[in-house]
Design a protein around this ligand. Sequence first.
Ligand SMILES: Cc1cc2nc3c(=O)[nH]c(=O)nc-3n(C[C@H](O)[C@H](O)[C@H](O)COP(=O)(O)OP(=O)(O)OC[C@H]3O[C@@H](n4cnc5c(N)ncnc54)[C@H](O)[C@@H]3O)c2cc1C
Length: 372
Amino acid sequence: MRHRIAVAGGGPAGLTFARVLHRHGHPVTILERDPAPDSRPPGGTLDLHKGLGQLALDKAGLLTEFQALSRPEGQAMRILDTTGAVLRDWQPRPGEQTNPEIDRGQLRDLLRDSLDVRWGREVTQVLPGTADGTLVHYADGQQETFDLVVGADGAWSRVRPAVSPVTPHYTGVTSVETSLDDIDTRHPDLAHLIGDGSMAVYGANRSLVAQRNSGGHVKVYVKLRAPRNWHADLDPTDVEATRTRLLALFDGWAAPVLDLLGHGTTFVHRPFYVLPESHTWAHVRGVTLLGDAAHLMPPLGAGANLAMLDGAELAEAIAANPEDPDQAVRAFEEQMWVRAATWAKITTAGLQRLVSPDPTEALALFDDVQPS
Ligand SMILES: Cc1cc2nc3c(=O)[nH]c(=O)nc-3n(C[C@H](O)[C@H](O)[C@H](O)COP(=O)(O)OP(=O)(O)OC[C@H]3O[C@@H](n4cnc5c(N)ncnc54)[C@H](O)[C@@H]3O)c2cc1C
């Protein structure tokens, strides 16, 4: 097989796709907008599920490496009430490998390894059906043609318009992210409060969540049901004004819990957008979508897992049918749409309960998912 295949996006979907296809002996051109691997902070930690992300890593031949890097202890989950009293303190059993955590940067390095990524290659438009195949336009004005272009370029995909007019819409829930470093030495009380994995406190239409990454790094997330631009009057460079506004949202909560917001030096606003729960399109020869580009959903621990399994399965489908990759893509799309729609329903319902007027909903959701 010598089809010219490109994937736009070097995230979990694109890298897994390229890695698995590469393993089957087929080259893939990886087009990544970031100018370099370390050009922006890689983000937080991801839990990879046994039947999803871990299955994809197995298909990539990377499960053993993943197990060496991942943090099973990160599966621990503690829920407090707004007075700081512990309501749930779930600990993984020894050897529990259902959803271990891995830093996003570690995962990216693991998947990337020897793959040849074209950094600084921003796709601006994709035009299928030209005489020479699918034409890709780049931000620098250059263009190139491939037999198949896979859009793994995330929520705001530039490949998606080639198959679908749909764009993401705001869920009504937004988040603000900050972080703490060297928590065990610099903030031992907070380290104790958080435990080995994650800690969450739920109030009416808001929550405060802290999650350990590797190396004593902790991400703290405020989640809030609010208009998308609720912070429009805040100067984004004024960290103290943001802190004061955030603390006011949690007025009356216990001081040790509020201390999670007391130390961060940056606050990043991340409104949650989604695509429709059942996003499908009429198949277009020479182009398809994977991961968030195809099925952006609320961030409740599924998106990266699905993105990776999409990538692995599409690669395997193409490798198994090298004479007719278009047929492989068609069959894959049908399979992806069914799985993604199931998870979109689960995560959308989950977000309603996690950021709810009634905070007992969040606790009930935890008990449904993680019965002790
Ligand atoms: C706070 C938070 C926590 C999360 N936690 C989890 C979790 O624990 N478990 C889980 O499974 N999921 C989690 N998710 C969801 C997960 O992050 C996404 O679903 C996942 O990253 C999607 O992977 P992707 O490869 O499809 O897209 P992305 O990760 O968005 O990667 C897209 C890539 O494409 C590149 N790109 C973008 N535009 C272009 C362009 N025009 N040209 C070329 N390249 C481009 C980007 O630079 C990027 O490298 C979380 C999300 C958030 C926001």
